[in-house]
Design a protein around this ligand. Structure first.
Ligand code: 5RP
Length: 230
């Protein structure tokens, strides 16, 4: 699986050219991309990156990739990031690594987003992977009730739980927020649910990435498939 992730990352790297401003994703697949990009930078490629998490920032710095922020530049040429699920419309579930907020800000500021993944992430319908919803700790129960209502109005339901870290404590995002993971099974209309979740006070962001990915690079046992959004 790790070899497939690296193959997808290597293929995405072919889209990087000298002078590009890049969004650097988070997760085990994006980690390969940053690693390979670091090798190119060491070889003389000139790029500048905006990391989507503190973990990626630390990795990129260690690899010698020059970094900037979205306050210093007005847009990015390309973001390369992983995903937890991708459907045939190239809508995504992201946030398994807890970086969904910065990942969405960076993707939205990019001319193009390439998703890199092994082919287990390719699904007919989003929702088997628990949907991460980033919330403000204040008023958590009220926010969860509003989320449950939005689910019901969109024909989905399932268990919700506040994400815990490996140490058993509540997982806190880079932005200081919490994540509620919702086990929905199958989301019939992801764009509609995404809009409904965005309207809830207390929801900072959710892991439905609608219309952001332009290209998906999927690595599988039979090779690499590149799928473009129609
Ligand atoms: C982090 C993410 C990751 O891109 C997603 O979880 C996929 O991770 P991996 O490449 O480790 O499977 O959204 O917030």
């Amino acid at each position: 699986m790790d070899a497939l992730k690296r193959q997808a990352a290597a293929r995405a790297l072919e889209h990087v050219t000298d002078g590009m401003r890049l969004g650097l994703g988070t997760g085990s697949t994006a980690r390969h991309f940053v690693d390979l990009l670091g090798e190119k930078v060491a070889g003389g490629l000139r790029v500048i990156g905006v990391p989507t998490s503190e973990v990626t920032r630390a990795q990129a710095e260690a690899c010698g990739i020059p970094l900037t922020t979205l306050d210093e530049i007005d847009h990015l040429d390309l973001t390369v990031d992983g995903a937890d699920e991708c459907d045939h419309a190239l809508n995504l579930i992201k946030g398994g690594g807890g970086a969904l907020l910065r990942e969405k800000i960076v993707a939205a500021a990019s001319d193009r987003m390439i998703v890199i993944a092994d082919d287990s992430k390719w699904v007919d319908a989003l929702g088997r992977f628990p949907l991460p919803v980033e919330v403000i700790p204040f008023g958590l129960a009220a926010t969860q009730r509003a989320i449950a209502r939005a689910f019901a109005q969109n024909g989905v339901s399932g268990q919700m739980g506040v994400r815990k870290g490996k140490d058993g404590h509540v997982f806190v995002t880079d932005g200081g927020h919490w994540i509620v993971d919702a086990h929905l099974g199958r989301i019939g209309d992801a764009p509609r649910l995404a809009e409904a979740l965005s309207l809830i006070p207390g929801v900072v962001e959710h892991g439905l990435f609608i219309g952001l990915a332009r290209t998906v690079v999927l690595a599988g046992a039979d090779g690499i498939r590149v799928i473009e959004r129609r």
